[in-house]
Design a protein around this ligand. Structure first.
Ligand code: APR
Length: 237
């Protein structure tokens, strides 16, 4: 029988791919206060700064060193294995899981490569700079597009789908997340209540580590392939 594996990823899985984590940098995100660049209030106060900030984050995805690491790649390989149904729920707004080959990826905090039109609520794939002067393709008006990022105070995406995935899971895995931002931080509690096996993979055990049955400590590029290899070996035995 196939095992359903639900994997929550955070900034730690992309750290070795040249994308900085959040809480390892004194509460600053790429030298900006979170409340300036990751809240609706910050956007209302200084939209030009916020557009510039996300344009820079989007452009960073094209930098030579920003490529999927063995952590992303081994999850994509696991998805190819006949014995497992793999779903990735990511808090990351980068595209490294997709570039590694993962097909089932839910970006619960939004995506850099998407723009949200505030007039029509439509989302459009966007791999270029945009700002207040950019016309949206849906209503051909400027001023509507905003970064398709779930800011603090906004509701994360795919919550119903995520609940169903966890309810149907045999194994819940959290990789490279500090477990400080809800609702994602609470998924492990939900999994525990349902009696699902839980595994944490992190550079160091997180504050939530006591909620996990198994822990793999190490950088994602080493610890995730080790976990995937153990999972496949156990399946074969
Ligand atoms: N390998 C594995 N884990 C790592 C690595 C690595 N190379 N480097 C760092 N980590 C771990 C850290 O130990 C930490 O637990 O990754 C985690 C990063 O934590 P955060 O910076 O808090 O990132 P994350 O948990 O993804 O943040 C959640 O908060 O700011 C918001 O919306 C933003 O999605 C983000 C959310």
């Amino acid at each position: 029988m196939k095992e359903n594996i639900v994997i929550l990823t955070g900034a730690g899985i992309s750290a070795e791919s040249g994308i900085k984590t959040f809480r390892d940098s004194n509460g600053l995100w790429e030298n900006h206060a979170i409340e300036d660049v990751a809240t609706p209030e910050g956007f209302a106060r200084n939209p030009a700064l916020v557009y510039r900030f996300y344009n820079a984050r989007r452009a960073q995805l094209h930098e030579e060193n920003v490529v999927p690491n063995l952590g992303h790649k081994s999850l994509a390989q696991l998805e190819q294995h006949d014995g497992f149904n793999v779903a990735i729920i990511t808090q990351n707004v980068d595209n490294l899981h997709e570039r590694a080959g993962s097909k089932k990826v839910l970006h619960m905090h939004g995506e850099l490569l998407s723009a949200l039109c505030r007039y029509s609520n439509q989302r459009t794939y966007y791999d270029a700079d945009f700002d207040e002067s950019t016309e949206c393709s849906c209503c051909q008006r400027s001023g509507g597009l905003r970064p398709d990022i779930v800011w603090f105070g906004e509701i994360p995406m795919y919550m119903d789908e995520i609940q169903t995935l966890i309810e149907q899971a045999n194994h819940f895995v959290a990789i490279g997340t500090s477990g400080q931002v809800y609702p994602a931080a609470g998924f492990v509690n939900f999994a525990k209540q349902l009696g699902i096996t839980t595994t944490e993979i992190n550079l160091e055990p997180s504050d939530n580590n006591y909620l996990f049955d198994h822990t793999y400590v190490g950088p994602a590029s080493e610890a995730v392939p080790r976990f995937v290899s153990d999972l496949i070996t156990n399946k074969n035995n």
